[in-house]
Design a protein around this ligand. Structure first.
Ligand code: ZN
Ligand code: ZN
Length: 602
């Protein structure tokens, strides 16, 4: 019997890892949650932290020494991590709590000078690697990037995904591969670079009008790309690109190479050649293969290009939003009828029915993230996910929060609605109205083009701040075009303050999602996607406004009408007029009745 296959529990795996550390002569091991593409959703092959610790939340890093093991994760996951780490011998380190040092701080303080910390450099972004190197060096500790102690003990490590690659075609694809390549090449040359390395999957998919299904929710495939003035070498596992597609790619100067062939090609680049990389989107381990090049560090040009949607994309997005809204009408019509009939509905049922309604719409490909359906106290956890073992029945009085979205060939959606169940309390209605006012404040904003997106955050919060209320997450994230639901570079969040490339430009698609959370009681978030559009040209320049493109009624039964100003009421009624007109052609029977009832003017 292979002794390695008996590593069934986190405690056993931890012991095996410590044995491996001793063998390799390192005193600590850092295990981040990442893959060589620095993706939000990881293939199982790269879920080392979850395999070792038993904690399967989407964020967290593990640090293991001979006599300590700690998992750092943020407040979204404290409850889950505490439960899943039971009996593992791993301490929960509440990242962000005032008395908890960050991981690097802990390592610098506790490791002795001369110690070595191993981390799989293949999954550590360059920016983080530099930060760790500098921080540890100050404590006399070395960072070792070329060892993966986990791999040595993970006998049954899953292989890499093998889903086929497909082409995003017109009319849904609204730019040609040749144009995209030309735009990125022009930026590459403007930076003085002869080569450009891309590891981020959304950038590669966008650049080549290709999509895949290697991970959940994001329609991407595992690949790297190396671009020069003549060709683009696409590193992808053999067999994933169908022959006919390979021929089409070749016509645009795209040469297919084995996924594992990147290392040798990087090593073969001429000494001193300028290699453009985005330090947040390429790993230290990947770059270690090209020590001879001259690195030119800047944001990936494709990030900037794809954040601004063109007119044809905007039209397709509006159509996808209408399909998505029609699915929501069907779902809510079912939900209200089932409620009225006294059926037992769980948070899981909400997800199942809503996902099925989406799947019936034309152009639907997959969900864009895991549905969040949280009733009352569960809605107070912004990243709550109902599971087969832990979920609530939606009954009694209160608020049900549903945050969900879909991938359509013509766009990516993300919408949050809160609906009353039974009779919500006066306090719940007051909170709901305040969040609606925050949502409307941003929806109605007008601001100079190129305003830093972080500045807009305060506009949404003002109606809440006025009442001494606030929320702990950002107000808006960029959204891809049949790509990742979380994209940059714009970010309507104080955390983006001072960050480069966050200016709001016409054509950017962003979420508007203020919220309010009463721990252990209820949570509210109202989310639409908004497209930045030119509104006004004056002596002071171009001013932008937001076109709300999400189409779905915002429940008015929880609104305290007297709290709304005339302008706010106008916005809400105007929005519902638009929702009704947009969705009426797409729904019938019960969904149609529901749409008409829920878009009545207030
Ligand atoms: Zn959302
Ligand atoms: Zn969102």
């Amino acid at each position: 019997m292979n002794p390695l296959s008996s590593l069934d529990t986190p405690a056993q795996r931890l012991a095996a890892l410590r044995g491996q550390l001793a063998l390799s002569g390192v005193q600590a091991c850092l295990i981040p949650t990442a893959d060589p593409h620095l993706s939000e959703y990881l293939p199982e092959h790269w879920m080392a932290r979850a395999w070792l610790s038993g904690f399967d939340g989407s964020a967290g890093s593990l640090l293991v020494t001979a006599d300590f093991a700690g998992l750092w994760t943020d407040s979204r996951y404290w409850v889950q991590a505490e439960a899943q780490l039971q009996g593992s011998g791993i301490a929960l380190m509440r990242a962000g709590a005032h008395d908890v040092p960050d991981m690097l701080g802990w390592a610098s303080e506790h490791l002795k000078p001369g110690a070595r910390v191993a981390v799989d450099g293949r999954v550590l972004d360059r920016a983080a690697a530099l930060r760790w190197q500098a921080g540890l060096e100050a404590a006399g500790v070395a960072l070792v990037l070329d060892q993966d102690p986990v791999d040595a003990i993970w006998a049954e490590r899953p292989g890499l995904p093998t889903a086929p690659v497909f082409e995003h075609l017109p009319p849904h694809a609204c730019r040609t591969r040749a144009d995209n390549l030309a735009a990125v090449r022009a930026a590459m040359l403007a930076h003085g670079a002869q080569h450009h390395l891309l590891s981020s999957l959304d950038d590669i998919c966008w650049l080549l009008n290709l999509r895949g299904s290697d991970v959940d929710y994001n329609p991407v495939f595992l690949a790297h790309a190396l671009l020069d003035a003549q060709q683009l070498r696409l590193y992808v596992a053999p067999g994933k690109v169908p022959d006919a597609l390979a021929t089409r790619l070749a016509a645009d100067g795209v040469v297919l190479r084995d996924y594992a062939g990147l290392a040798a090609d990087l090593a073969g680049l001429p000494a001193g050649t300028g290699l453009l990389v985005d330090p947040a989107r390429v790993t230290a381990g990947t770059l270690a293969h090209a020590p001879q090049v001259r690195l030119i560090e800047a944001i990936n040009p494709s990030q900037l290009c794809k954040s601004v949607k063109n007119a044809a994309e905007a039209d397709n997005i509006r159509a996808a939003m209408a399909q998505d809204g029609a699915a929501l009408c069907e779902f809510f019509a079912w939900f209200e009828a089932a409620q009225a009939a006294g059926e037992r509905i769980t948070e899981i049922d909400v997800d199942t029915h809503l996902s099925a309604a989406r799947a019936r719409r034309p152009g639907f490909v997959s969900l864009s993230f895991a549905t969040i359906a949280g009733f009352n106290a569960n809605g107070a956890m912004p990243h709550y996910r109902a599971t087969d073992t832990h979920h609530a029945v939606v009954r009694g009085d209160g608020l049900l929060l549903i945050d969900s979205g879909g991938q359509y060939l013509g766009g990516t959606t993300d919408i949050t609605r809160v609906v009353p169940v039974g009779t919500p309390s006066a306090a719940q209605r007051a909170d709901y109205t305040a969040v609606l006012q925050a949502h409307i404040a941003l929806a109605r904003a007008q601001f100079p083009e190129d305003t830093p997106s972080s500045v807009l955050d305060a506009l949404a919060r003002t109606p809440l701040w006025r009442r001494g209320l606030d929320y702990g997450h950002g107000t808006g994230h960029g959204v891809g075009y049949f790509l990742n639901v979380h994209e940059g570079p714009q970010s309507i969040s104080v955390r983006a303050q001072g960050r480069a490339h966050q200016d709001m430009k016409a054509g950017m698609l962003t979420s508007n999602e203020p919220g309010l959370y009463r721990d252990g009681q209820w949570g509210i978030r109202i989310e639409n996607l908004v497209l930045a559009v030119p509104a006004l040209q004056t002596a002071f320049g171009t001013f932008l406004a937001f076109e709300t493109v999400t189409l779905c009624p915002i429940d008015t039964r929880c609104v305290v009408r007297e709290l709304l100003s005339a302008d706010e009421l106008d916005w809400l009624n105007g929005y519902h007029e638009q929702v009704r007109a947009g969705l009426l052609p797409l729904v019938d029977s019960a969904a149609r009745d529901w749409l008409l009832a829920r878009t009545e003017p207030l």
